[in-house]
Every structure is written in structure tokens, then in C-alpha cells.
Design a protein around this ligand. Structure first.
Ligand code: NFS
Length: 661
């Protein structure tokens, strides 16, 4: 990897422009602020005020103790459990808001939202045991579904509803090891209790509760958020869109939706096509309104409407530095507060919209689902009013890349056989035969601590070259999108011959964009469906699949990694380990979790080693399943570099099948 700050050339161009103009960004701050080596490896305890106790120097042994007597493994485990609790709280609070929006719709309290995907509602109702069909009103079904989900937050005993979506064997492991989630809020609260001064001191016991909390995230908060979003706004199917900074238009009002909760963004999508809004933009001298996305809100509206994305986490300040953003709305999670200060150097208005989150220096227009459209119009008008204030300052970029996104569980099933014969059989068969070596979930944040987006791009290219199908979410998808990787051409030019054959036959890219970070839940249900389909493992554990978050930075990523590990997936995270100070905690999270759940959580900063570890896991899983040994180049024809005409022919051939071009 070269020495640039971002592997995205266009991002790098803006970073350099910013440096030349004295702008401060996360990249510049990363150089100035070195991470604390004690805290970053989990060796600092600050759960009480006798400390903080730092396990450093002579006090860095496993047996060393803090003032209360807590050992290093206890401290490292507590720190990790608190990260899981915070990550779970974040996704799940988002899900809670979605559940209350669904309830408001069902109760007729808001006219602005409708249930767009009744089929998905019924699919969910069936899983939850809610009566549907036979003349039952859709809103009555939706109300019962919303209430069932809301119960999962406050449930004190028993299990959250969606645990039963996992394969039986996976569920049995959860019961056996005491990690079956009781209630979402209960597990988060208990995690905070157990990790406070003087409570749970056994690292394994602490980490077990960490997994129970993480499962509340994956099979609770994340899955609930995904499903309600599909019910209200439609289950994604492939769409064509664009990515990178060139999505901003010189002659139109550029409004960016950034953050995580999709409801307001959906309303903004709706109102930007209203003739009155367009006329309003024109009255301000613009040719129209151009909506773009950032981070996970971008993924939500990209998946469902093909709204272009300017990229992931580390692109947010750079987007503003194009000088072309008239307004940016932010709600919750992964929003750098620095954008408010940075925006003052341009004309950009930063608008906070959540009652939970404000930023000094930003304006606040509070979202309320009961007046959603009215608020969306107000925001669009703010952006339009600001268009005449645009100056020529900024690092204008015109390049952008095509993207195919929108691969939901339902669509992946459909693309393997159509409406009546949809299944996971072809995917399982391709893995069994060795055309596809295995599957990797490439997810998580992009991070200025490393060459931002560089490890995502390296792994994406190398994995598909090795016939590994990638499913991606969150900023991992953004990193691939802004690299131009999310297209069928990527398969033609870079995939191994077996994977290329599969991609060509179905007409898909070798990297399937599954959505926002909460949509990692789609990977859980896909894996469950693959287990049910037969021929591979009969539980999630043991599948030739790995999760990788090479540039993670958020607590949410830790919660996600842990719920995959508890579900049976080996997970590899980049960067230094947040529990690296304790060998015991590291051993529990790899060896012990592997024994109990067939999943593990590794931290590995070296990209080459990450790749080798992932392929090793996949090959070992293949061997354990007695599948044909993967042989590179066994399938497919010799790689022929194609010209545009030949590619168009293939695209044309793919058209009727996939029906998206
Ligand atoms: Ni995920 Fe989405 Fe991105 Fe990381 Fe943040 S936007 S929820 S946490 S930074 S992938």
C-alpha cells in the first residue's frame, strides 16, 4: 500500500487541497493524536474513581491488579463488554424508533408513511406468529408486528422473537452456553451493571454475557431495523446508481442525507421530486435538486432508490470540502462533530434532526414522524435557500463510478430461481463444487488510522481473485462503491474463473451490496437459509464463510463482530486488538468461543495475514464438510480481457434474468 492517507484517489485529492488551504480533517488530526497504547489494548480501567488504573510497565502482567483487586483479564473483558453494550444500544435504539414508526403507521397517526411491502410484512408476521391474510386488515397485522417487536426491547424473561430464525443447532448452542438473549434492553442494562465496580470479575463469565448482549444486537436490534425498514420502504432489489464525490452537481441544489435512521431520508427522497419543490429550487437559480447520501443513510436510500452516495465515514468532511454541498442533514451515529466547524469555511448548512443528537454550531430541525413530510420540505427549502450563497471555493471533483446495489436476502433467493423456485440451492451447489471457494462478509467502517479504504479495496480484490464471493455492508460497501468495484465488470476483470462463471450466469457483481450496517442481519438470515438448504453445514457454524471488518472503529462494529462469532462465524478485525493486553481474554475470544460456538474473534492488523487467515478458515471448513478441495482455475475458461463490445453483449445476455438494467 502506498503512503497516501486514503486509497481513494479522489478523496486524496481533496485531502491535499484541504491541507493546502489550512483545513483540518480527521486525517490531519490522526497524525497529531497518537492512540493511547494503554487504553487501545484494553489495559486501562476507569469504571470507578480510585483509578484510572493502568496496566502498564511492571503492572502489565495477567495477574497484576488494580486498586480494587481486578486483574488485567477482568479489566480487558469489562472494557470489551461495555463496547458491545454501546454498539448494541446504538443499533437497537435505531430499531426501537423504527418499531414506533411502524406502530404510528398502523394506528393511522401519520399519513406520510405507508406499508410499502405487504409481502414482507406477511413474511415477518408468519415468523412472529401474527395472524395475517384471510381478510385481516394490513394495518392490524402491522400493529401486532410492531407490538411484538416492541416487547423484545422490554422482555425480561424467555427469548427475543428472532432467535428462532437461526438453525436449530445454532439455537441449541446458545441455550447450552447461556447466551440466548432474553430482552434487548435487559442485556444492555445488565452488561453495564456487571461491568461496574465490584460485580462480575470472571473474564469468561463477563464475555459470555457480552455475547448474549451482542446477540440482542444481531438477532434483535439489527434484524428488527432491517425488517421494519423493508416493510415501510420496500425490500431492496438491484438498482443502478453512482458513487464518489462527482455525484454533486454544479448547477443543482445538493442536499446530503447522512447518519443512520432512514425515515426522514425516505421523506426527503419523496419530496425532492415534488413539482413545488423543484420550482422552489429553480426560483433560487438552480436547475433542480440533487440528493446524495453519506455513510449508512446513504446505503439505505441507495439500496431502495438508487440515490447516489458520496461514500463512507472518512468521506464526510471531504464531501463538504468540495464546496458543493448546500445542506447536509445528520441524525445519529458516525457523524463527525467537526463538520459543523468545517462547514463555516464554506456555505454548507449542517442540520441536526434527531432529538437525541445536537452539535454546537449546527442548526437543528427536529424530526417527528407525525409531521415527516412537512419537516422534509422544510429541510429541502433550507438547502434551496442556501444555493445562491455557494461560492466557487472548494475542491470540485467530477468523477463518479457506477454501482449496482440492492441485494436483499429476498432478492438473492429470487435471483437463484425466480418467484416460484427461488432458493439457495445454486449458491450451495456452487460452493460444494468449488466454483465458489467460500463467502466473506466484508463490512465495517473505514478508518483514518490506516490508509483509509485501502484494506477494504485490497481484500475485495484479492478475495474475488480467489473465487470468494463477497457480501458487503456499511462503509465497506461504500469503499467498494467509490472504487468502482460494485459492478458486473468487476467479476469479468478481476474474479477468479469459478466465481466469474457464477456471476456471469446470474448477472451479478462479485461483491453484493447488502445495505447499511444494520443489514448485516441479512447475512445472518442468508446463512441460516444456506444451512437449511442442505449440503453444507446444518448450522451457521462450520460454513465456509468468514466476516472481516478490516478498518473498524465504532463500538457498533464490535457488537456486530461478536454476534457473528456467537452465531458461528469466524471474524477477523483489523487494527490493534482492544483486548490485546490480556492473553487470557484473547484466548477466550478465539479458542473458547470456537469450541462453544464455532465462531471466533481475531484482531490482525496486517492485511496479507487477514487474507491468509480468512482463506485458511474457508479451506478448513471445506475440508471438515468433506467438500471438494478448492483448486484455483479448475472452473471457467481462460481469462480473456474483454473489450467494451464484448462486455455489452454479456450485459445484454444478463438483462432478462436479473431484470435490473
Ligand atoms: Ni457501521 Fe454505519 Fe460506517 Fe462504521 Fe459508522 S456508518 S453503522 S459504524 S463508520 S460502517
Amino acid at each position: 500500500m502506498d503512503s497516501t492517507k486514503s486509497a481513494d484517489k479522489l478523496a486524496e485529492q481533496i485531502i491535499e487541497w484541504g491541507e493546502a488551504h489550512g483545513m483540518e480533517t480527521c486525517f490531519e488530526r490522526t497524525e497529531r493524536l497518537k492512540p493511547c497504547p494503554i487504553g487501545s489494548s484494553g489495559a486501562c480501567c476507569k469504571v470507578c474513581h480510585m483509578g484510572p488504573c493502568r496496566f502498564v510497565g511492571k503492572n502489565a502482567e495477567e495477574e497484576a491488579r488494580g486498586i480494587c483487586g481486578a486483574t488485567l483479564p477482568t479489566v480487558a473483558a469489562r472494557n470489551l463488554v461495555r463496547m458491545i453494550a454501546a454498539g448494541t444500544a446504538a443499533h437497537s435504539d435505531h430499531a426501537r424508533d423504527m418499531a414506533f414508526t411502524l406502530l404510528a403507521v398502523a394506528n393511522g397517526e401519520t399519513k406520510d408513511f405507508q406499508i410499502k411491502d405487504v409481502r414482507k410484512l406477511y413474511r415477518v408476521a408468519e415468523i412472529l406468529g401474527v395472524e395475517f391474510g384471510n381478510g385481516r386488515a394490513v394495518n392490524d397485522v402491522a400493529r401486532d408486528v410492531a407490538l411484538k417487536f416492541i416487547e423484545d426491547f422490554g422482555r425480561q424473561k424467555g427469548e427475543i422473537n428472532y432467535l428462532k430464525r437461526a438453525p436449530k443447532k445454532t439455537q441449541e448452542r446458545w441455550k447450552k452456553w447461556g447466551v440466548a438473549t432474553r430482552g434487548i434492553d435487559r442485556e444492555v442494562a445488565e452488561a453495564m451493571h456487571r461491568t461496574s465496580i465490584g460485580v462480575d470479575h470472571d473474564p469468561d463469565h463477563l464475555l459470555t454475557h457480552g455475547l448474549r448482549t451482542a446477540l440482542a444486537d444481531g438477532w434483535g436490534g439489527c434484524m428488527i431495523a432491517t425488517d421494519i425498514t423493508d416493510i415501510l420502504f420496500g425490500t431492496p432489489r438491484p438498482v443502478k446508481a453512482e458513487a464518489s464525490f462527482g455525484i454533486f452537481k454544479e448547477d443543482e441544489v445538493n442536499l446530503v442525507v447522512h447518519g443512520h435512521e432512514p425515515s426522514l431520508a425516505e421523506m426527503i427522497v419523496d419530496v425532492t421530486s415534488e413539482p413545488e419543490m423543484i420550482a422552489y429550487a429553480k426560483s433560487k437559480g438552480a436547475k433542480g435538486i440533487n440528493l446524495g447520501g453519506m455513510c449508512c443513510t446513504a446505503n439505505e436510500v441507495l439500496m431502495r432508490h438508487g440515490i447516489p452516495t458520496a461514500g463512507g465515514f472518512t468521506n464526510q468532511e471531504l464531501g463538504i470540502m468540495t464546496g458543493l454541498v448546500d445542506a447536509i442533514t445528520v441524525d445519529v451515529q458516525c457523524i463527525m462533530p467537526s463538520i459543523a466547524e468545517l462547514s463555516k469555511k464554506f456555505h454548507t448548512k449542517v442540520i441536526t434532526t434527531s432529538e437525541k443528537a445536537k452539535i454546537p454550531g449546527a442548526m437543528h430541525v427536529e424530526y417527528d414522524e407525525h409531521r415527516a413530510k412537512e419537516i422534509a420540505r422544510e429541510i429541502v427549502k433550507i438547502a434551496c435557500d442556501n444555493f445562491p450563497n455557494r461560492t466557487t471555493g472548494g475542491s470540485h471533483i467530477t468523477d463518479r463510478f457506477p454501482v449496482i446495489a440492492g441485494f436483499s436476502h429476498e432478492y438473492i433467493e429470487y435471483m437463484q430461481g425466480g418467484s416460484w423456485r427461488g432458493s439457495f440451492r445454486p449458491l450451495n451447489d456452487a460452493i460444494i463444487a468449488g466454483r465458489i471457494r467460500g463467502v466473506v462478509g466484508l463490512a465495517g467502517c473505514d478508518n483514518p488510522r490506516v490508509q483509509s479504504q485501502g484494506i477494504h479495496r485490497f481484500l475485495a480484490t484479492e478475495l474475488i481473485k480467489n473465487d470468494v464471493l463477497i457480501v458487503s455492508t456499511g462503509c465497506g460497501s461504500a469503499a467498494c462503491g467509490t472504487a468502482g468495484f460494485l459492478t458486473p465488470e468487476m467479476a469479468l476483470e478481476n474474479a477468479g474463473p469459478g466465481l466469474r462463471e457464477v456471476c456471469e450466469a446470474i448477472g451479478i457483481p462479485p461483491i453484493l451490496h447488502l445495505g447499511a450496517c444494520v443489514d448485516n442481519s441479512r447475512i445472518l438470515t442468508i446463512l441460516s437459509a444456506m444451512a437449511e438448504e442442505g449440503g453444507l453445514s446444518d448450522e451457521i457454524g462450520g460454513m465456509p464463510g468468514v466476516g472481516i471488518a478490516p478498518e473498524w472503529m465504532s463500538e457498533k462494529a464490535i457488537a456486530i463482530g461478536c454476534y457473528f462469532a456467537a452465531s458461528g462465524v469466524p471474524v477477523i478485525f483489523g487494527g490493534e486488538s482492544p483486548v490485546g493486553a490480556s492473553q487470557e481474554v484473547t484466548r477466550i475470544m478465539t479458542e473458547v468461543w470456537m469450541e462453544r460456538f464455532r465462531g471466533a474473534m481475531h484482531f490482525e492488523p496486517d492485511p496479507e495475514k487477514m487474507l491468509a487467515l480468512a482463506l485458511d478458515y474457508i479451506d478448513k471448513a471445506r475440508a471438515a464438510l468433506k467438500l471438494r478441495k478448492y483448486e484455483p482455475g479448475r472452473f471457467g475458461t481462460e481469462r480473456v480481457l474483454m473489450d467494451m463490445a464484448a462486455r455489452r453483449e454479456i450485459e445484454k445476455a444478463a438483462k432478462p434474468h436479473i431484470g435490473i438494467y
